[in-house]
Design a protein around this ligand. Structure first.
Ligand code: ADP
Ligand code: MG
Length: 678
């Protein structure tokens, strides 16, 4: 037997159990070793029954009686009495009828649970129990609890791991020695032993630190290596033309914010180099990222190079094309702005393609299809990506193969990236934050609205609409589904058109509509031919409707904080005060998350909070890539992140050869493949 042996080969594990292991993602012994406990029951500190205090407790006591009965409405309750030499205590389980039979009377157990007041008396509620004879003699132990599946519980997993225990000492160390000593880490085999068989909480903490470090170190190293790889390629150097920059600024109807100035300066420094830029500008909605992008673009265009700007939707691409046309007009570069999107007519597309391949098109605006499409860019120097975090190395290389050089990449995003993710997952990007906003904009007023107050709010909204303003209503889904108790656009649209707002002009927008339909509805809303737009999150990013002042979000608990913050940024972009109503449909949900949105207008803070509460996958939708398959590391742990990223950077600066560490190399290659995909 070795670590690649199937679990089915273990003693006592037949095909049935093996099947259940597969359900947990475990097929080989090394999978079992990497199946870290979900939590632990601490039997290492035993309290006597006469000194119990409310909270989690563990006792060692004899079960003297146990009986179960059904109480009202089918609820079952099991009560038992456990005694030690100091006294006795009541144990209570709800809806676990098997407990009565399972408890062996007059046997001594370790009993672990919460000591609390229930039904008028203090009891240990829903405790877990372990027969003292099942525990190693005399040693109070910390027992790992694993994620279980029906028919395969932690007790079984612990038993099977015991058979693998001896193999752990043959596990090779994936990390360089200097990393272990510099960061005071346990060797991997020691950490695996201590995570599954801890004897003290200290051992447990050491093991956790080492295994978490591994996960973050790999993410960080993969991203640093991506950065390295890009740095080694050639890009077109675009020299800084001060006169041109000044001329551009002179024609703006406003003066730049400090944040805009700094970002633009950084971009100019980056693109003047013959190494590809990979910079991300993150700034809240309305912070003025488009102007920054335009100033980058104009430098390249003026030197007869091409710039491709890619937006996540056609709607946005069209809006960007219009904005950029206006911005570039005073300098005479407006004729180089070329839109290329799927919904254009064949003739329009043909003309656009011709302009692109002749080089007449300097600033090409479209969706991501721009680069997937077989378009012949004559001299693509810069790619600007709106609302996408990452543009993969592979994608750049595809372009490089065509152009002979790698384009500079400038990404723009309104979703702030918490520091920990910036260092790990997005470590290959140079990030600049646009923290200040154009001065006159007032923060949006946000309120949580309970179902009973809906009509009152609708009346307030009606006054806004009568004053000529417009409103967005955003819902989490297109159609109702039974499994999710949320309001769909379909339901909301019906409610408004047949109810309180039936005299209003209402449009319906969602992702299932054809592009031309979406286009025409959005255009109508922009032209003020509609008062209300009921929509899914397709309007989330970038769309600018200065006359819209009200944002109503239905079932807001279905959205992430960063997403809600972006949504409310859609309104109040003109001269009038913007308002956001979070219309909850059910009152029994915890409101603390939504309350953060009411009290804070800081997108960065909200993203940090979201990361803590819901994990990175929920914010960035990256979970499906598997790159974030973190089993033990917590990306909100700043100390851990700092250590692991500095180790990854040291690995690079020491010019370590990855192939000297084959196990590490395997992991890293896998992550790099994933994170390159975008
Ligand atoms: P976002 O960062 O969300 O992409 P935009 O680039 O769309 O923001 O800018 C939002 C609005 O703010 C636009 O109407 C733009 O003209 C305006 N704007 C940009 N920069 C400034 C500035 N420095 N002062 C005043 N208004 C500005
Ligand atoms: Mg924008």
């Amino acid at each position: 037997m070795n670590l690649t042996t199937a679990v089915a080969e273990l003693k006592g594990v037949g095909p049935v159990l093996a099947q259940k292991y597969t359900k947990l993602g475990i097929s080989r012994l090394n999978d079992l070793l990497e199946y870290y406990p979900r939590r632990y029951e601490d039997y290492s500190v035993i309290t006597s029954t006469n000194s119990l205090r409310p909270g989690p407790v563990t006792i060692k006591a004899r079960v003297v009686s146990a009986s179960g009965r059904y109480v009202r409405r089918g609820m079952h309750i099991t009560e038992a009495i456990a005694s030690d030499e100091h006294g006795s205590v009541r144990l209570v389980w709800f809806n676990q009828p098997y407990r009565e039979k399972a408890l062996k009377k007059q046997q001594i157990y370790f009993i672990s649970g919460n000591y609390e007041l229930g039904r008028g008396r203090f009891s240990i509620m829903n405790p877990s129990v372990e027969l003292a004879t099942d525990m190693p003699a005399n040693v109070a132990r910390i027992l790992p609890v694993y994620r279980e599946t029906k028919g395969l519980d932690s007790r079984q997993i612990r038993k099977d791991l015991l058979q693998v225990k001896d193999m752990i000492c043959s596990i090779e160390e994936p990390l360089p020695k200097w990393v272990l000593s510099q960061y005071a880490l346990l060797p991997l085999k020691q950490a695996l032993l201590q995570i599954h068989f801890p004897e003290t909480t200290r051992q447990l903490e050491e093991a956790r630190l080492r295994l978490s470090f591994d996960e973050v170190f790999r993410l960080s190293l993969a991203s640093q290596l991506n950065k390295q790889e890009v740095k080694q390629e050639n890009a077109i150097s675009i020299p800084f033309d001060e006169k041109l920059a000044q001329l551009f600024v002179k024609h703006l109807p406003f003066s730049l914010t400090d944040g805009q100035r700094i970002s633009i300066w950084k971009i100019y420094q980056d693109i003047a180099k013959a190494q590809p830029m990979n910079r991300l500008i993150e700034g809240d909605v309305g912070s003025g990222k488009t102007v920054v992008a335009a100033m980058g673009a104009i430098m390249a265009i003026s030197k007869n190079h091409q710039v491709a700007l890619m937006a996540p939707t056609e709607l946005l691409a069209r809006q960007h094309a219009t904005t950029l046309y206006t911005l570039l007009k005073p300098l005479g570069y407006d004729s180089t702005v070329t839109l290329l999107v799927g919904s254009m007519t064949t003739l329009q597309k043909k003309k656009a393609r011709a302009a692109i391949s002749s080089g007449k098109a300097g600033l090409i605006v479209g969706t991501q299809a721009l680069i997937q499409d077989d378009i012949d860019m004559r001299s693509l120097a810069l790619i600007i990506i709106d609302e996408q975090h990452r543009f993969g190395v592979e994608q750049r290389k595809t372009l490089m193969a065509k152009a002979g050089h790698m384009p500079h990449v400038l990404s723009l995003t309104a979703t702030p990236i918490p520091r920990s993710l910036a260092l790990t997952l997005y470590g290959e990007l140079d990030i600049t934050a646009l923290k200040d906003k154009p001065a006159k904009r007032q923060p949006i007023i946000t309120d949580i609205i309970f179902p009973g107050d809906k009509m009152k709010i609708y009346e307030e909204i009606e006054r806004e609409l009568s004053a000529g303003r417009q409103m967005f209503m955003v819902c989490p889904s297109i159609i109702d589904s039974d499994s999710l108790e949320t309001i769909s656009v379909e339901t909301a649209y019906k409610e408004l058109t047949e109810g309180f707002f039936k005299h209003r002009r209402i449009g319906l927008l969602h992702g299932k509509l054809k592009n031309e339909e979406k286009q025409s509805i959005m255009q109508k809303f922009l032209n003020k031919e509609l008062d209300i737009l009921v929509s899914t999150t397709v309007i989330e990013v970038g769309v600018d409707v200065p006359n819209a002042t009200v944002m109503v979000v239905r079932s807001p608990e279905r959205f992430g904080l960063a997403q809600l913050h972006q949504l409310r940024g859609r309104v109040g972009r003109g001269d009038h005060q913007g308002r956001c109503y979070l219309l909850i449909e059910k009152t029994d949900l915890p409101l603390s998350r939504l309350k953060a949105l009411v009290s804070s207008n800081d997108g960065f803070k909200l993203a940090e909070l979201d990361l803590e509460l819901r994990g990175p996958g929920a914010i960035y939708g990256t979970a499906q890539h598997g790159a974030l398959d973190l089993r033990i590391a917590n990306l909100a742990d700043v100390t851990l992140i700092t250590k692991a990223t500095s180790a990854a950077k040291a690995f690079i600066s020491k010019k370590e050869d990855l192939s000297a560490y084959p196990i590490l190399e395997k992991h890293i290659k896998k992550i790099m493949r994933v994170t390159n995909l975008n």
